[in-house]
Design a protein around this ligand. Structure first.
Ligand SMILES: *Cc1c(COP(=O)(O)O)cnc(C)c1O
Length: 348
């Protein structure tokens, strides 16, 4: 038996995704613009994202771990590169050695593990100040990676979304490394780093957030388009009377008779409790405020302005990443990667 369509869905704008990638490619000023597709393509679906970006000309993809790499391996063709940002653990070696994907080696132990196994082409992460992953920029990186076939030397910016002296410092350290450490290509910038100027682009950029509609810095405003449009179905419509309350803990009370609708979406879908009393839905331009608390699987909205809406109708959930971030207190990264598995994901 066919499974019925889910009562909640993400409309995903493929044109916006590609348009964002193209803008970032030009802005980055580097020969190549890749794509971070970790965390299931920031919640949109890694296969759908990767397929569309490959078609648009993107050649370099980044995931976090080998389970994510396995999902994308069947899509890989000649000239497409897939890098695994967390490198290789001992447990990953069998898969990594057999995979067309490359590890981004990020500790001396990982470098030794890969070299001892005769692992072949790899990438290397150097830490230039974030102190998260990577070989220490102060060490003799050239000596540490001797004998390895390093395709891309990477580093990652910790403060690119701010005007911080740390950016300039990390940039200078990385540029110095590009002169001392041999690799085929050098890569520093994420989405926000791309906005810092073409100098930061080196040979390859690695945007994530901005591909998916997040505006990482003011420079990108007006250029980056929203990609994700969640919608939910009305399960029940009802009339409440003045004084009636809606939802857990009765935090919202009707000041007069009102029409409300209960929608099939909640915090288990990533529509988190921070939206309680602040979120909104939309139907053909009408704003339908969220009432009371977000439940696990349900929310209530005021549909008094829309007598035509009834059970089974779909409404748009207000999810503009800038506005929704301000309402919920969640970062745009969390808003995207939290989108749950119960949505049907429909590309248009
Ligand atoms: C996640 C990640 C990116 C992409 O960052 P955004 O801020 O989403 O553009 C790039 N490089 C590395 C190493 C990452 O971990």
């Amino acid at each position: 038996m066919d499974i019925a369509p889910a009562p909640l869905r993400l409309r995903l704008d493929g044109d916006a995704l590609v348009s964002n990638w193209r803008w970032l490619a030009v802005q980055g000023g580097s020969p190549a613009c890749g794509a971070a597709v970790k965390a299931d393509g920031y919640g949109l679906g890694a296969v759908g994202v990767t397929t569309r970006l490959m078609r648009a000309g993107c050649r370099d993809f980044f995931v976090s771990n080998w389970a994510e790499a396995a999902v994308l391996e069947p899509l890989l063709e000649d000239g497409i590169s897939l890098s695994v940002l967390h490198g290789v653990r001992a447990e990953d070696m069998a898969q990594a050695l057999a995979s067309p994907a490359r590890p981004v080696l990020c500790s001396p132990t990982q470098v030794a593990r890969w070299r001892d196994a005769g692992g072949g082409p790899c990438d290397v992460m150097v830490d230039t100040g974030m102190n998260r992953l990577g070989l220490d920029w102060r060490d003799d990186v050239s000596g540490q990676i001797e004998g390895l076939a390093v395709m891309t030397l990477l580093s990652h910016l910790s403060c690119a979304d701010e005007d911080s002296p740390v950016n300039v410092e990390q940039f200078a350290r990385f540029r110095h490394l590009t002169r001392r450490v041999r690799a085929q290509r050098y890569s520093l910038a994420n989405s926000a780093g791309i906005c810092l100027g073409a100098d930061y682009g080196f040979d390859l950029t690695r945007p994530g957030l901005a591909l998916y509609g997040g505006v990482p810095r003011a420079e990108a405003a007006g250029h980056i388009r929203q990609v994700v449009h969640p919608q939910a179905q009305i399960i029940q419509r009802r009339r409440v009377q003045a004084g009636d309350a809606v939802g857990y803990n009765a935090t919202w009370q009707a000041d007069r008779d009102r029409e409300i609708a209960t929608l099939n979406i909640g915090y288990a879908d990533g529509y988190r409790r921070g939206f309680s009393g602040r979120g909104e839905a939309h139907a053909d331009g009408a704003c339908l405020p969220l009432l009371g608390r977000v439940s696990m699987d349900l929310i209530g909205i005021d549909v008094s302005a829309r007598p035509d809406l009834s059970e089974g109708d779909w409404v748009d959930i207000g999810y503009d990443l800038g506005a929704a971030s301000a309402q919920s207190g969640l970062s745009p990264y969390e808003l995207l990667t939290g989108l749950g598995r119960r949505f049907d994901r429909l590309w248009g």
